[in-house]
Design a protein around this ligand. Structure first.
Ligand SMILES: *Cc1c(COP(=O)(O)O)cnc(C)c1O
Length: 302
């Protein structure tokens, strides 16, 4: 059911100078609408929804949510109803307009209402209102979400010979909740290390979420780094300049919340000499380019 993401050599001068080889797994290219890691994270949730006989799904996210965007597009494509519970008050972002166009039914929870999403009785009224819909956690997370990401490992393994690699040493990817990283750790059968460049600062629950999924004895198989540059969604001029340069050098588009910060953290780590000459890493392009259209925040820095 999941399309193949192309694995491509990532050509950047600072990688060439360090002797570190990076291939980029382009999850952003798997589909024009249902793109990025969210598609992989959704696959097991949607299978679980089908198994319970649900008619459709209900989930939650913000007004730029890549998760709700993928979910709404999947609902339209495959013909099942979707309901989205949104953080904050009604705004018409490009993402929200798409959600509506895809036929997702939206409810705005305000900020306090959204913060209550982890409360024990949060889902009760929604389950009563929509008994035929299967609830999917924020961001398509949890163990089900991670299990869907095993496919990411398989796709990279299947294609490594095509770029002249007999093997690779590890993974580099952006983390929000760490669910995708957890999925890679679960799926890797050999001691390849998974490096997670966190889009949120240390101490915001990523480590706990990963441990809850992979278990405490897997600690040596991954490493989390703070790539947030002061906070989730914080964008600064040097980040934007780095993204612009990287896009023109590599021909790959990046966005500033996840993939751009992950690439910048990789550059800093490579230039700090952490990877030996000859190291081969797979960088997961987790997508998110649809969120880039809300460029008001970007223009302020241009
Ligand atoms: C959601 C998202 C992530 C974070 O994925 P997690 O599984 O929550 O760590 C990374 N990159 C992009 C583009 C995303 O949309």
């Amino acid at each position: 059911m999941l399309p193949q993401a192309p694995l491509q050599p990532l050509n950047l001068p600072w990688l060439a100078a360090s002797g570190v080889s990076v291939a980029i797994l382009r999850l952003d290219l798997i589909d024009p609408l249902i793109s990025g890691n969210k598609w992989f994270k959704l696959s097991h949730h949607l299978a679980a929804a089908r198994k319970t006989g649900a008619d459709g799904v209900i989930s939650l996210g913000g007004a730029h949510s890549n998760h709700l965007h993928a979910l709404a597009a999947a609902g339209q494509r495959f013909g099942f109803p979707t309901v989205g519970l949104l953080r904050g008050h009604p705004v018409e972002t490009p993402t929200v307009l798409d959600l509506q166009a895809f036929g997702m039914e939206l409810h705005w929870l305000g900020y306090a209402g959204y913060r209550a999403r982890h409360d024990a009785n949060f889902w009760t009224p929604w389950r009563e209102r929509y008994p035929q819909l299967f609830p999917i956690p924020e961001g398509g997370g949890g163990r089900e979400g991670a299990l869907g990401c095993a496919e990411i490992v398989r796709q990279a393994c299947d294609q490594r010979a095509g770029i002249g690699w007999d093997d690779y040493d590890g993974w580099w990817l952006a983390c929000g909740t760490g669910t995708t990283l957890a999925g890679l750790v679960l799926a890797e059968s050999r001691p390849r290390k998974v490096y997670g460049a966190m889009a949120v600062p240390t101490g915001h629950g990523v480590a706990e979420n990963v441990t809850a999924i992979v278990g405490a004895d897997a600690h040596a198989r991954y490493e989390l780094l703070d790539a947030s540059r002061g906070g989730f969604g914080k964008i600064d001029a040097s980040l934007l300049a780095f993204i612009e340069t990287s896009e023109s050098q590599s021909g790959v588009p990046f966005e500033p919340l996840y993939t751009g910060k992950a690439l910048l953290a990789l550059q800093q780590t490579v230039e700090a000499g952490r990877f030996a000459n000859g190291t081969r890493l797979v960088f997961v392009h987790t997508g998110g380019l649809q969120g880039k259209r809300a460029s008001g925040a970007l223009k302020r820095y241009r």
